[in-house]
Design a protein around this ligand. Structure first.
Ligand code: FES
Length: 241
């Protein structure tokens, strides 16, 4: 109860008691009747339903909206994963491009550098090493025989010299520069990967572009600027008399 209004009910039927200034209550009527000796008419409060709040959308529109929203979500769920899978992304690591910063590139003629994330060794051959014009070679570290990972063995001695790739599975042995096969059951030299030089001295190896190893491995070396100037100490070529 608030002022001269009263509300109540169960929501669908909300009632309001209204009484104007000229209306009289039952007590007032009785009091007036007692004074005059007659029964005085009393206005009975009339309950009227509160106005029903109308929704801005019809029930049909709401149902249709719910249906299409649900259908849209279902389509996103069904097609989202395949589309995400098919969407082209730049692949990095093995199978994609791997950048070797200039600071990590081996000096010409020095030991190869292993790049595990790309599964390759980066070798820098001096000109005429293994009959190569000199430059960079990316050698896949997978043995062409049965696929074992081939480690670089700087202390392994063979044919009177140290430093070979030597497969731990069946002993296939490859040269330090171009991965040429010199011993073992492997059918060919180590496979090579495509190399691209960047202007800042970095090298990008495309580990998805693999060429089967062959006797021409030394000729696949990519000339690298500064090869002659960056010969590692102890790897200088003997001067011809
Ligand atoms: Fe390398 Fe057999 S897997 S020699």
């Amino acid at each position: 109860m608030s002022g001269n209004r009263c509300t109540g009910g169960n929501g669908s039927q909300r009632w309001r008691m209204a009484k104007g200034p000229a209306e009289r209550t039952l007590a007032e009527g009785r009091a007036a009747g007692a004074e005059s000796g007659r029964v005085q008419p009393v206005d009975t409060p009339v309950a009227s339903p509160a106005p029903t709040a109308h929704l801005p959308l019809s029930r049909r529109a709401l149902l249709a909206g719910g249906f299409w929203s649900g259908l849209g979500l279902a389509m996103v769920g069904l097609l989202g994963a395949p589309l995400s899978f098919l969407w082209p992304r730049k692949v990095t690591g093995f199978g994609g491009e791997v950048t070797v910063p200039a600071a990590k590139i081996p000096a010409p003629g020095s030991e190869p550098v292993h790049i595990p994330e790309g599964k390759f060794y980066l070798a820098n051959l001096v000109p005429s090493q293994e009959e190569s014009p000199g430059g960079l070679l990316a050698l896949w570290h997978k043995c062409p025989h049965l696929g074992c990972s081939v480690p670089w063995r700087p202390d392994f001695e063979y044919g009177g010299s140290k430093g070979w790739y030597r497969c731990p599975c069946h002993g296939s042995t490859y040269t330090r520069g171009a991965g040429l096969l010199v011993f073992g059951p492997a059918p060919r030299p180590l496979d090579t990967m495509a190399i691209e030089l960047k202007g800042n001295g970095d090298v990008v190896v495309n580990t998805g572009a693999i060429t089967k190893g062959g006797k021409d491995n030394p000729l696949r070396a990519v000339p690298y600027p500064g090869t002659a100037a960056r010969i590692a100490p102890g790897n200088e070529r003997p001067r011809e008399a």
